[in-house]
Design a protein around this ligand. Structure first.
Ligand code: SAH
Length: 379
């Protein structure tokens, strides 16, 4: 039987088509998980997708100011937790390591923070782990701990950050028909072959998954509605909540998505070289993401035992943390051309028409752990 290890030229599309022809349609969540994380052919596993030459750009890659302000948030949270001795500084999905590098540089304002931080990176991609090593080794030497999953990070006081991590976790989609809620699945086109695979959406045959997955609040949505749920995101959020319930700590999740979710609508999208692409077209070769359900993440973290704050819009949060002042001080030392870049990077991060409104932050913390009982900075 042909296996995963056969032809060198085999694409992920061939592999998924063979699996579907053999076993039947797969969930949108399985398709997304394989497209992003297949151990050999997944999108994040194969390459470094960031930056102007890649498929998309993230906030830390746009400007150092983003990571510096996240770093000040980490330092402030740690200090208000009473500066618990050695602690785990955890990042989920660190990309190129840029955010962590900027966080650590800004954290120099409180040397005790740096001295006590044990850095853990939760990253599944070998290519990106290597990229993170190159970025962070000059700062941390060999004191970097990589893990495949948050479960593997040792217990203890924690400051955790995650930028554009949750949007990469698999979502499942359900659709309302005149017979109720059915899960959307990915099948091959009827005339498609194993060597020329093309995919299409179908609905499950009996509606058992659909009726189980749809949230109660949306059960009465009109016929034709699509609703997305992310059991994978909720599981991670619940785990963060449980960590923060067991030991003092705080967490910051930054992503794009809806505040009052889950909402009705299909938000699954593919990005390839800075342009939208059909979502089923080339699994493994395009980034696939979906809107993050912030209310769902906060609720799952509370179930795990943490307190939640927000969501707050990114533009508002960065402004509260002083991005304008930071930009002015950088511009004062810059050439006119650099000053223009700093200004446009700041605009991109905070302008409501760019990233300022769509991107949001949720903070999580150990209930009652902040010394002055006030919310985390910016919330
Ligand atoms: N935080 C970075 C990168 C965001 S892209 C930035 O802001 O630039 C998403 C990151 O999450 C990548 O590093 C990707 O490899 C990682 N990732 C995706 N799914 C993951 C999973 N299930 N477990 C761990 N890391 C994952």
């Amino acid at each position: 039987m042909a296996g995963d290890e056969c032809a060198e030229t085999e694409t992920l599309a061939h592999l998924l088509a063979r699996r579907i022809l053999m076993d039947g349609p797969i969930s949108v969540g399985s398709f997304m998980a394989e497209a992003l994380g297949h151990p050999r052919l997944g999108y994040y596993i194969r390459q470094d997708p960031f930056g102007s030459g890649g498929d998309f750009t993230t906030a830390p890659e746009i400007s150092q100011m983003f990571g510096e302000l996240v770093g000040l948030w980490c330092v402030d949270s740690w200090a208000r937790l009473g500066g618990p001795g050695p602690f785990h500084l955890v990042e989920l999905g660190p990309g190129r390591g840029t955010l962590m590098a900027d966080v650590l540089r800004a954290a120099a304002v409180l040397p005790l923070f740096r001295d006590n931080a044990i850095v853990h990176l939760v990253e599944t991609s070998p290519a990106l782990r290597e990229r993170q090593r190159r970025t962070l080794q000059p700062i941390l030497g060999d004191a970097i701990h990589w893990h495949d999953r948050l479960e593997d990070v040792p217990d203890g006081p924690t400051i955790l950050i995650a930028n554009e991590f949750f949007d990469a976790l698999p979502i499942r989609q359900v659709q309302k028909t005149n017979h109720g809620w059915f899960e959307r699945l990915v099948d091959v086109e009827p005339d498609s072959t194993e060597s020329d695979p093309r995919f299409r959406f179908v609905l499950e045959a009996f509606g058992s998954s659909g009726s189980r997955l749809v949230p109660n609040s949306l059960r009465d949505a009109p016929e034709g509605s699509v609703v997305e749920v992310s059991p994978a995101s909720q599981a991670v959020a619940r785990l963060i909540g449980a960590r923060l319930a067991a030991s003092p700590g705080a967490a910051l999740a930054i992503d794009y998505g809806y505040a009052q979710g889950p909402a009705v609508g299909d938000t699954l999208q593919a990005l390839r070289r800075h342009a939208f692409a059909p979502v089923l077209e080339a699994p493994g070769e395009a980034d696939l993401t979906a809107h993050v359900d912030f209310a769902g993440i906060a609720a799952a973290a509370r179930e795990g035992g943490a307190q939640s704050f927000g969501p707050v819009e990114q533009g508002e949060w960065l402004t509260r943390l002083g991005i304008r002042q930071r930009a002015s001080s950088l511009m004062a030392k810059a050439t006119p051309a650099q000053a223009k870049d700093i200004q446009s990077a700041m605009d991109r991060l905070i302008d409501p028409a760019q990233m300022g409104r769509l991107f949001k932050l949720v903070a999580l913390a150990t209930p009652g752990a902040f010394a002055d009982a006030s919310p985390p900075a910016g919330f």
